[in-house]
Write a protein that binds this ligand. Structure first.
Ligand SMILES: [Fe+2]
Length: 420
């Protein structure tokens, strides 16, 4: 390892002269001391990705592959991947984080083309692969977002996303992967040639996830018999919404399979909520911001027959990750939105205006994808992203489906090498 000390000193002196620091440094000795002690970039042996580091009082600044990253010293000690600190067989931390001195600082730091080495006051050595740091740093995560194609009806139709065949979905890894790829990109995906039975629909769902049992049971099977206290169990039209907003964790994925319909109407409406939210962000960022910050309650109260339920879910309409502002969950259901009592009056009015902006986007006809569900064609909907609704219908309509555990669907996708 070698350092470019001379060039740094020259560079730093030039900078001081340019900025007029030198004069001040001469006049005030303490200031001079500060300048001399200022951190400097230390370079690794010249690798293709040109790494360099700078030691600061409370953090390490690392430049690698064109990115500047900052690491707190406790973080660097806590994430040590040595055999005594981390069990690489179970991928679990062995180090007791509470045992790390919060004022810890490395005694020595060195770096080569691929690795960073930190020696701690007790002599313990931590080695980090620079690629690993790049991937796992806050700065790296800020740039990483889930690949998605946001769509309106035209974009989705133009994409000509192919459905996956039932047998291929069930029996081949390739079929399953293709299905999950389009599901992750668009938030909806279809499987064709599914035998129109409840059992086969269950088999289909079980291929990618555990079925999430809810107050509606494991598999739901409904007609317009008003057997439950919910509009879904009628023949009425349903405006766009996401389901189970009244759960603290709304159901991740919904599966629909129409087993029979003898009558008219009943087309299914799909709207990409993330597309609409993105439009709000572009056109009215203050509205987007408010919708992502104001928590609201959604509620389900049912007293029909033997069913007695009172569910409450709390959260903003738009849920974003704080580190990269990526939207990951939209909670939108005007039917189930509860009394607004979590917001002061002056914010309430602004919230209604922001909600109107989003609703306007969600209701634009060009954003509506209408499809007729038919026996044999099962639809999977990302309930955290895509809103669904339906037009009113006549006749006998039998629909079956279920909710899936989001964690399990994403787990299957990751297992197949997809980013999820
Ligand atoms: Fe619904």
């Amino acid at each position: 390892m070698w350092y470019h000390r001379l060039s740094q000193i020259l560079c730093s002196t030039r900078h001081q002269l340019k900025g007029g620091f030198r004069l001040q440094a001469l006049r005030y000795p303490c200031f001079q001391k500060r300048i001399l002690a200022a951190p400097r970039w230390q370079h690794s042996a010249m690798g293709p990705l040109n790494g360099a580091w700078q030691q600061h009082e409370d953090h390490l600044e690392l430049r690698y592959a064109g990115m500047v990253m900052r690491f707190d010293y406790v973080w660097l000690r806590d994430h040590c991947r040595s055999a005594s600190c981390y069990n690489s067989k179970t991928n679990q931390r062995s180090l007791d984080t509470a045992s790390v001195d919060l004022a810890i600082k490395p005694q020595t730091i060195r770096m080569n083309e691929t690795m960073l080495f930190l020696t701690w006051p007790d002599g313990h050595v931590t080695r980090y692969n620079l690629e690993w740091l790049l991937k796992n740093s806050y700065e790296g995560q800020k740039q990483a977002v889930q690949p998605r194609i946001l769509w309106n009806a035209e974009i989705y139709r133009q994409a000509q996303v192919l459905p996956v065949d039932f047998q291929s979905f069930l029996e081949t890894q390739d079929g399953l992967k293709k299905f999950l790829q389009s599901f992750l990109l668009y938030g909806i995906a279809f499987v064709e040639n599914v035998p129109p039975t409840r059992e086969d629909t269950e088999k289909l769902a079980g291929r990618i996830s555990l079925i999430r049992e809810t107050i509606y049971g494991r598999m739901w099977y409904f007609t317009s018999d008003f057997s439950r206290g919910d509009t879904a169990y009628t023949k009425l039209a349903l405006d766009r919404h996401t389901d189970t907003t009244y759960f603290q964790e709304p159901c991740g994925i919904q599966v629909f399979h129409c087993l029979k319909h003898e009558g008219t109407g009943g087309k299914t409406l799909l709207v990409d909520g993330f597309y609409a939210a993105e439009r709000v962000l572009q056109r009215a960022p203050a509205d987007f911001d408010l919708l992502s910050k104001v928590p609201l309650k959604h509620e389900y109260i049912e007293n029909v027959g033997e069913c007695h339920n009172h569910m409450i879910g709390v959260g903003p309409v738009l849920n974003i990750y704080p580190w990269n502002k990526e939207l990951y969950l939209i909670r939108y259901n005007n039917y189930d939105r509860a009394v607004i009592n979590t917001v002061p009056y002056d914010v309430v009015h602004r919230w209604y205006a922001a909600h109107r902006t989003l609703t306007t986007e969600l209701r634009r006809p060009e954003n509506e994808l209408w499809i007729k569900l038919k026996p044999g064609k099962a639809l999977f909907i990302d309930n955290w992203r895509v809103l669904h609704g339906r037009e009113s219908f006549t006749g006998y309509r039998q629909l079956c489906g279920c909710y899936l555990t989001r964690d399990d669907v994403l787990n299957t996708a990751r297992f197949l090498g997809l980013q999820a």
